[in-house]
Design a protein around this ligand. Sequence first.
Ligand code: MN
Length: 369
Amino acid sequence: MYRVLEVNITTSTLKLVRQDFSGPFCSISFSGAMLTPELFELLPDYKTLSAYYLCNPRLHYPANFTCSNKGVGSMNQDDFNHNNCGGSFNITVPIGYAPEEEGLNVTNLESVLKKGFEVKLNIDERPCRECKSTGGICSYDVATPVCCKRNSSSELECIPMIPSGSIIANDPSPLQDFCVAIGDLKNGVFVNGKFCKDPKQAKAEDFFFQGLNKAGNTTNRVKSNVTTVNVDQIPGLNTLGISLVRIDYAPYGQNPPHTHPRATEILVLVEGTLYVGFVSSNQDNNRLFAKVLNPGDVFVFPIGMIHFQVNIGKTPAVAFAGLNSQNAGVITIADTVFGSTPPINPDILAQAFQLDVNVVKDLEAKFKN
Ligand code: MN
């Protein structure tokens, strides 16, 4: 266990000393009490040394010491052969400390160890900022990051910032005001999918799109049409993690089962009547979540879930949907599975879908690009 000697909130550093280092060197616990390295980073003013003990007493060791219960030991110097010692543990000392060449000056080492060492707390910045903004102090309870505040009766209360077992989720945040996408920079590398225009050259048009009042053409096999407004239509959407679609459905048309690999979708029905749904993953036993929507109704399709919408009315339907990606991507299940180039071997799909191989061949012909 460690005792905290000093706390510096501005630099997030702590001065720590091992509790057993307050007594004589030979009475300390000869074991490494490791601090979680992901949470505590040793400041560069300090270094770690290895102390070996239960060494062969007939040999000579540099910086040697003798403890009645741990036999002969040695404070490690570089290239020291420790094969003749029974155990070791680490100590943290100031960078300037060098064990004596011959016999270890134990009294000096004890006073060095008692002064402790400094570590930087690697508290995840966002929860810590939130903690500070509510008047708290970020700290640790053993290895759990906690936010400590005075309660109404002015006692210090510490609550975990990330309760164990929970998951942190967040939207991506851009590193600048905007990053308007430009076409191709010859032989360049992709940055987040697209290059950024010089911000000084950005103009209102980069953030603008026209025409979502117009219905898409629904004369096709599934009698629906999706008009996308993503980073390809609005270059200013680059890095912003959001996009939009308009979906038109002829009577009894459908937006067939598909999934967006990079986005959750939130859909609002403006006109008509839709039957919509998504199916959860295998882990959740492939449950269908479905609903009939009327104008003004909203439905959410979580990221990655296979979902669909069907116009169950006699009139055209119109919906708009937001997606939390500049480029959500679409995988239409039937087109992807039966319309790949080159086609997947029909025997494979026949077994996978438990279909007659001729049915698969027929499907592959229909979905052929
Ligand atoms: Mn969708």
